[in-house]
Design a protein around this ligand. Structure first.
Ligand code: ADP
Length: 589
């Protein structure tokens, strides 16, 4: 496909309008500087002409001085322009990179949950990295390409003006060079692809060989794996050499053709000089100008090749920029002063996709301050149900009302600020313990933080950390135990103090002491707010105001522990299989 067609079908036009147009004055200034570079780049041919004709042949001292001083000035301009083109070029492309990454991050951050369950993080990351860099070569290379183009055009004009006949001979030889280049560059590209493919395979083998080391050791297949790696390794070597052989051939061939061309010009032009039909200076000027075409022309063709891979990269950036979140605020959303925490589910259906309904015709009323324990087998829809309350997803049919108002009418950020979430696995951002705790309330005072830590039974262990509240946690900091992380997450939720709380109790077992501390912290967290708990602990269901029993996305039973036990229905069975064992353990403990 031609470059132009590719361009027309891509979003490069939009990309330029969105990201280059706002910087138009700087870009024009940059192009002006590039022109200076292009023009001064073609200057040596004139220098050579006057040096030969006036200084060497006519022995003119004054011209020698002029040529030297003139060249000094021209080269100074060239140097200055080169400095500013590089600097401004970097500034412009840096600014654009910054803007486009910023816009993409804003898009991604504002996307709804469904986007994240579908997209792979690696793919999104590569769009921020490689694709952004590639897309920007369109502009970062443009200034240089423009300067090169100017130099090529000016040098060719000089060549034609100096001696049109000689110029035609020279130009005739250009297709020869490009034929060689064309022939080899396709083969070169193919072998390049082979190298990449085999390197990809090699990497996969390496990665599997390391992450799968337990299986390999267990089956004693080290020899087999080593053989696999070595085979692909030598395959990679073979492709590499094939590629290098072609690559090594091109340069001397092109150089040789160039020399032959120059020699032909020299022979014909030299004859003209001997016959007195051309001055020596003009011949030198001609050869110099002609030689000045080669390098920039090659760089231009590299630039065009880079454009070929930049265009798809731009499209990949726009795939992010054009994302639409499925959860948006409606016009004039409702912003409540205070949320009481009365929650009602009315004829609620939900499906992640059109294949099947995950929640079916749910009806449930929860009073302010009640604690609701959700129980049911894994996959029965408990997580899905609680995810609908803060509008991580929207119901397919029916509604959820908070204080009598449909959640879709609320301002979504206000709504979520009023619903605290403590997930099963606590994710800690890198930063200090303090940063972790104030995540939902950035202006919390030290007293508030301390109070929250004490309520969450986290105060003592935090104070024992090397730098107390200022200790770094997460990837680069101290490693906290599961129970400690949970208590920090609880402290964070207590500090945020939302009227509605969603809790996913951890299934992973903690030791008895840690379990007691976490449980006690949770109890404090749950008082005085409406709480939904995906329950895994016996004490939670025993204390619940309402136990909601779910099966296959439906609510089967609702009631307190004793009420439901008396029914001798699903709950009784579930209690005996899932929680009964826990009771024994608790009694034993
Ligand atoms: P529970 O919390 O009770 O274990 P879930 O609410 O996680 O149950 O899951 C209910 C059903 O929805 C399951 O069948 C699960 O496979 C399906 N499900 C959960 N999350 C998604 C998702 N993001 N996309 C599609 N299906 C999902």
């Amino acid at each position: 496909m031609s470059l132009f067609k590719k361009y027309k079908e891509s979003r490069v036009g939009r990309f330029l309008k969105d990201y280059a147009w706002p910087l138009k004055y700087r870009i024009v200034a940059l192009l002006f500087l590039s022109t200076v570079i292009g023009v001064t780049g073609a200057a040596p041919s004139f220098v050579i002409k006057y040096l030969t004709d006036d200084v060497l042949v006519n022995k003119n001292q004054k011209v020698l001085l002029l040529v030297c001083l003139g060249t000094m000035v021209i080269m100074l301009f060239k140097g200055l322009s080169a400095y500013y083109t590089n600097l401004w070029g970097a500034k412009i492309s840096g600014q654009m990179t910054m803007n486009i990454r910023g816009d993409m991050y804003e898009k991604v951050q504002n996307m709804s949950f469904d986007y994240f369950s579908e997209s792979k993080s690696g793919d999104v990351m590569s769009r921020f990295g490689i694709d952004t860099d590639k897309a920007l070569t369109i502009l970062s290379g443009a200034a240089k390409a423009f300067a090169d183009m100017m130099q090529v055009v000016i040098s060719l004009v000089i060549v034609f003006i100096t001696n049109p006949k000689l110029a035609l001979i020279a130009i005739f030889l250009v297709p020869m060079v490009s034929a060689i280049m064309k022939k080899y560059s396709r083969r070169l590209r193919n072998t390049g692809k082979d190298i990449q493919e085999s390197f990809g395979k090699l990497n996969t083998i390496l990665q599997e060989g390391i992450t799968g080391i337990r299986v390999i050791k267990a089956f004693a297949t080290e020899k087999f794996e080593i053989e696999k790696y070595k085979t692909e390794n030598s395959n990679n070597f073979y492709h590499l050499i094939r590629n290098k052989r072609l690559d090594a051939r091109i340069k001397p061939m092109v150089e040789y053709v160039n020399i032959v061309v120059i020699l032909a010009i020299l022979y014909y032009g030299g004859t003209l000089v001997i016959q007195g039909k051309m001055t020596s200076g003009d011949l030198m000027k001609f050869i110099t100008a002609f030689a000045l075409v080669g390098e920039p022309l090659k760089r231009l063709s590299d630039y065009i090749n880079a454009l070929n891979s930049a265009i798809p990269a731009v499209d990949r950036l726009y795939e992010i920029l054009e994302l639409e979140s499925t959860i948006e605020n409606k016009e004039n959303p409702y912003i409540p002063k205070k949320i009481e925490g009365i929650v009602e589910f009315e004829n609620l259906d939900f499906a992640y996709n059109s294949e099947r309904d995950v929640l079916k015709n749910l009806n449930l009323s929860v009073k302010q301050g009640e604690m609701v324990a959700l129980v049911g087998r894994s996959g029965s829809g408990k997580t899905t149900l609680v995810n609908l309350i803060p509008r991580f997803y929207d119901a397919t049919n029916g509604s959820i009302k908070i204080d009598g108002i449909d959640t879709r009418d609320y301002d979504v950020y206000t709504l979520r600020k009023n619903i605290g979430v403590v997930p099963q696995e606590t994710f800690l951002f890198s930063g200090s313990v303090r940063d972790t705790i104030i995540y939902g309330k950035r202006n919390a005072s030290d007293e508030e933080i301390e109070k929250a830590l004490r309520m969450a039974n986290a105060y003592n262990f935090v104070m024992e950390l090397p730098q107390g509240l200022n200790t770094e946690v997460g990837e680069r900091g101290v490693l906290l135990s599961g129970g400690q992380k949970q208590r920090l997450a609880i402290a964070r939720a207590i500090l945020e103090n939302p009227p509605i709380m969603i809790l996913d109790e951890a299934t992973s077992a903690l030791d008895t002491e840690s379990e007691r501390l976490v449980q006690d912290a949770l109890d404090k967290l749950m008082t005085n707010r409406t709480t939904f708990v995906i329950a895994h602990r016996l004490s939670t269901i025993l204390h619940a105001d309402k136990i909601v029993v779910m099966e296959n996305g439906e609510i089967m039973e609702v009631g307190t522990h004793n009420e439901l036990l008396n029914k001798k229905g699903i709950y009784t069975k579930l209690y005996e299989t899932q929680f009964g064992k826990l009771e024994e353990e608790t009694i034993n403990a």
